[in-house]
Design a protein around this ligand. Structure first.
Ligand code: GRF
Length: 210
């Protein structure tokens, strides 16, 4: 629960921008959570790197402004990075949530905002775009999900929270990913809400939410 302001009213919610590339079930979990004023978060906009995805439709259905910036529409990656940063800046978020956003962010975005990402493995194991496939191929018996801050590496930023998911005999990539995503959504909602309500500090690689 959010601590009530002295007047008895809830403090103003923390504004974020959420970035997506796909089905947007993590986004939907945040949209649903933010429907409760006590959650302390408002999604000011949803950005994507591609058109026609369910994640954008979910935002539109919730009445949240959307924008799309496709890498292919820019002469070079730095121009895309700057254009994405300009769109995010227009919504003045306190921080950015990358919820299944499948592009590496550049310095214009990373230099301006803390970006929280969710990844479907227990980092530092299995970074990259095929984390579930890689965990299965490795024969891992336990995998899971990680909410972390984004730095300029590939899934190398400071860990905020993690949860484990058992790998079952006969698991397929899709089946295991769905079980991970169920846990991932809960973890993301919990962590992002606490960051929005209580703030956070980063000392070396240690992320603390008071
Ligand atoms: C999540 O597992 C996320 O960690 C990964 O892609 C998936 C996105 O799922 N990068 P959704 O679009 O939120 O349904």
């Amino acid at each position: 629960m959010t601590t009530a302001a002295p007047s008895g009213e809830l403090p103003a919610p923390t504004g974020v921008v959420v970035l997506v590339s796909g089905s947007g079930t993590n986004l939907q979990a945040l949209i649903d959570a933010a429907g409760d004023p006590a959650y302390g978060l408002t999604i000011r906009a949803v950005g994507a790197d591609r058109d026609g995805i369910a994640g954008l439709q979910r935002a539109e259905a919730a009445g949240i402004p959307t924008f799309v910036r496709r890498v292919a529409d820019f002469p070079e990656r730095t121009a895309w990075d700057a254009a994405l940063a300009a769109q995010i800046a227009a919504h003045a978020p306190a921080f950015v949530v990358s919820a299944g956003f499948m592009k590496l962010l550049g310095p214009a975005v990373l230099g301006a905002w803390t970006v929280v990402n969710t990844h479907p493995a227990l980092l530092p194991a299995f970074p990259g775009a095929h984390a579930v496939r890689d965990a299965l191929a490795y024969g891992a018996k336990v995998t899971g999900c990680t909410v972390h801050l984004v730095d300029d590496g590939i899934d190398t930023g400071p860990v905020v929270a993690q949860r484990a998911v058992e790998v079952c005999p006969g698991d397929t990539e899709d089946g295991l990913h769905e079980r991970i995503k169920a846990v991932e959504r809960e973890l993301l909602v919990d962590v992002v809400g606490r960051m929005a309500r209580d703030g956070f500090t980063v000392t070396e690689r240690k992320v603390t939410i008071p």
